[in-house]
Ligand binder design. Sequence first.
Ligand code: HEC
Length: 254
Amino acid sequence: MSSLSRIPSAFRHLPPLVTSLAVALALGACAPEDGADSPADRAADPGASSHADPARTDGVAGPASQPGGATLGTSHAADVAPLIARQVADLAEPASSALIESLGSNLMAAIDRDGAVGAVRFCNVEAMPLRRQIEEEAGLSIKRTSWRVRNPANAPDALDQTALDHFAAATGAPQPWVQSDGGGGYLFYRPLPTGGVCLNCHGAPDQLAEGIPEVLRELYPDDRAVGFSEGELRGLLRVSVPRDALAGAGEGPD
Ligand code: HEC
């Protein structure tokens, strides 16, 4: 039950929130960063998913070891060709990982400098320029969304809602999912599971770390992103891949 139970012993001498954040950051917590290790990584190394509770109750996230599947691949909507889905994933995965890593290390510095509550402020303010930097470098745009958002700016649009519905209905270990954006481009969605550490800022009221309820009330008066359970999907990281980025990648006239 305690979010601290999964924290490596090396961190246990630290104050709980800092400890949790250290682990969360290792997992890429708090910004488009939160998903941490990719589902592909988890498939390759089931042990790496120990922060996510495999005993889900809603069927969205599955056990670490996929039944019958050695490779955790990208799935896609019916109107997306498998080859295209693969190419979209090849472009989108590195950008999502870069963002996770960059935010993780910068957030770590924010904790050192400003403490845990300062880290929340970092998520709120400084995450944006970081995201834009990655977006510019990759030529892709990135968003996070969820069934229940903390920042209204992250609310799902109609296509995001389709993706959320897909993930809510999916069985087994959640895999990245690709759908058309309706304009020739594609949307890549990476699931972000709720690890124990996420509960410090996204758990039930009695699981939130000290000082967090107050700072959330101040910064996010419309916050709906509490009450998540360990193992539940917290949300999705979306990478938009424009048609141009796929030039010559399979939809050509040959
Ligand atoms: C230090 C507190 C903190 C921790 C720990 C934390 N988050 Fe967050 N999270 C936030 C804040 C603050 C926001 C709002 C950011 C913004 O303004 O866009 C947020 C937003 C999000 C969003 C975007 C959707 C929304 O609700 O606005 C997702 C998805 C998310 N977090 C997932 C996670 C996951 C998964 C973990 C654990 C691996 C995690 N978070 C850990 C503070 C935290």
